[in-house]
Design a protein around this ligand. Structure first.
Ligand code: 9G3
Length: 567
């Protein structure tokens, strides 16, 4: 492709409203242009990369035995009324009327449409298992579209749906998709983690994994082991409680110290006031479990994991007590609660019991107590694992790993749906005994346009994009230094022709621009290999530079072509 003809409007600076690195790069490198908030046009470079991403997804879906279909964006409202979701979604669900005044949605996802299709086209267990997928535009009227393609209102998704006769077969379909996702994200050069979104329930109905691309701009926080593949959403992350020093420290000498802490309620204020670490405090929070108050104590630098406490108590309702309840059960306003003198059940996290002594609320306004000793003052409380994981905790799956925290961009999400949609839409098949059964379903999404952003968040340097070879818009950038120099241009055209004949995708910078502009643009658009034809052209010597290496090398014509062909 001749760059003088290519629509690739590069920018020195990105518009000020672009914050995310990937969004800035897409605008500066001329990959996309915004039509409206959250709605983008893909320019030729962006379209070429998106097509390569689609192709990787398509190859792996086909390889996994899924069949490609293409469903409409316009979906009759009746289907969403049958599934009960029409009223559930608010303004995010785009609705419209056709010329006959019939109601439609612009599809944000396709569970209803695909289930209606299977309901009318598949009726026997002999046709199962079956997984269908599409790569198609989705519409979700996000309140705050931002970060370019990371959160758009019209975006490209691969969505797949599996249909099985029972849960064992669903598990096989689910794992087949799960493994295909690992191959897809690896081929895209992505640093990602598969995250158990609700730990441990993958076996039965329900169960889901999210695929998170690690990036600071990501909206989610995940805990990942630095030694094995364990990863989980922060609020679901488990950890191995380290072998406790005998949990009741030998009772120290010394009495409780009454500490006057006027209006000092939060751990940060206590840390500030006492000039010691948060881990020297005991944080007592009052909750109600099915209506009755309980006290949960965690170390000052930890957070209560409410799911863990709720599960240990077997409570249906579990939430922070309101200020009135807190005042009633502790005798003090929120912020001064402590274990001593409480008459309600107390749950203390292991890490509290491992403290020799700590500072806790005094259950009296404006007072705390120093030298609270678990061995003395928490002798008969319920002890357990009641806290969120923190960085450095032991991995719950392997022996030596430690948890590290990362921000992540959700690029994939796989779900076991069970019969949620086949029941709602009455989609059944005849099983081997001739009995009607609802299909057992799974659904599997990849944000293909979001994937483009995630790759860019991970593959860039201060000069611009550094495309992984598998998805670069072109493979070789041939750059003659001076378009006016006939010797250079002839050699450049010759090299471009030789590579194109060998099936290499070549971009030829034939523009009449200063060398500095050419090299800055070349670094910005990030094509993996650059061949520069400069003052040594007459001797048939050119310069090769890999985009992800600092050094360039001089090679003869044939060596350069051979190098480009095997790279
Ligand atoms: C809506 C709107 C937004 C939505 C949904 C429905 C997210 C909705 C979840 C899914 C689940 C899976 C198949 C591919 C993988 C994800 N946002 N979800 O259902 F009406 Cl406005 O889309 N769908």
């Amino acid at each position: 492709m001749r760059q003088s003809q290519l629509l690739m409007p590069t920018l020195r600076e990105a518009p000020s409203e672009a914050e995310a690195a990937s969004h800035i790069l897409m605008l500066r490198a001329g990959l996309i242009r915004q039509l409206a908030a959250g709605i983008y046009t893909y320019l030729p470079l962006g379209r070429r990369v998106l097509r390569k991403l689609e192709q990787i997804v398509r190859e792996e879906m086909d390889q996994a035995g899924a069949q490609e279909v293409l469903m409409p964006a316009m979906q009759p409202a009746e289907l969403w009324q049958q599934s009960g979701r029409y009223e559930v979604y608010g303004p995010e669900l785009i609705r419209l009327h056709d010329r006959h005044d019939r109601e439609f949605t612009l599809g944000p996802t396709h569970e209803e449409v695909i289930t209606a299709l299977i309901r009318s086209e598949v009726s026997s267990y002999r046709q199962l298992p079956m997984t269908l997928y599409q790569i198609q535009t989705k519409f979700r009227d996000e309140q705050r579209p931002r970060y370019g393609l990371l959160r758009g209102r019209e975006f490209l998704m691969k969505d797949a749906y599996s249909f099985d006769e029972d849960f064992d077969s669903l598990h096989r379909s689910y794992m087949s998709m799960y493994e295909a996702y690992n191959r897809i994200f690896t081929r895209c050069g992505l640093n990602y983690r598969a995250v158990e979104a609700d730990a441990g329930s993958i076996g039965g109905e329900g169960g889901t994994h999210e695929f998170m691309a690690l990036a600071e701009i990501g909206e989610d926080t995940i805990a990942a082991c630095d030694a094995c593949s364990y990863a989980a959403n922060l609020e679901k992350a488990e950890f191995r409680v380290e072998q406790q020093a005998d949990s009741m420290q030998a009772a120290e000498q010394g009495e409780l110290e009454r500490l006057h802490t006027p209006d000092i309620k939060k751990i940060e204020q206590l840390v500030e006031a006492f000039g010691i670490g948060a881990d020297a405090f005991m944080k007592t929070l009052i909750y109600t479990a099915d209506g009755s108050p309980v006290a949960v104590i965690v170390r000052g630098d930890h957070e209560v994991n409410e799911i863990k406490v709720k599960n240990v108590l077997g409570a249906a309702q579990f939430e922070l007590a309101d200020h009135v309840t807190t005042e009633r059960v502790t005798g003090a306003p929120t912020g001064f609660a402590g274990p001593i003198g409480l008459t309600i059940p107390i749950l203390a996290d292991y890490a509290v019991m491992a403290m020799e002594a700590g500072i806790a609320g005094a259950n009296e306004q404006d007072y705390h107590l120093g030298n609270v000793q678990p061995g003395v003052h928490l002798a008969n409380v319920q002890v357990g694992d009641f806290r969120n994981a923190i960085a450095g905790d032991c991995c719950p799956r392997c022996e030596q790993g430690r948890l590290t925290f990362h921000r992540g961009i959700e690029v994939g999400h796989v779900f076991k749906l069970g019969t949620k949609y086949s029941d709602a839409l009455n989609a059944k098949f005849l099983n081997a005994s001739g009995v009607e059964q609802p299909f057992i379903m799974g659904c599997y999404g990849i944000g293909v346009s979001r994937l483009l952003s995630a790759v860019l968040e991970q593959h860039a340097d201060s000069n611009g994009i550094v495309w992984p070879k598998s998805i670069a818009p072109y493979q070789v950038h041939v750059v003659p230094v001076s378009a006016k120099d006939q010797v250079q241009m002839d050699l450049a055209l010759h090299i471009a022709a030789r590579l194109q004949e060998a099936g290499i995708e070549v971009l030829l910078d034939d523009r009449d621009e200063r060398p500095g502009v050419k090299f800055k643009d070349s670094d910005l658009i990030g094509i993996p290999l650059r061949i520069v034809i400069g003052k040594h052209a007459a001797e048939g010597v050119v310069e090769l530079k890999l985009r992800n290496e600092a050094e360039a090398q001089k090679l003869g014509l044939e060596e350069a072509i051979a190098f480009a062909l095997e790279k």
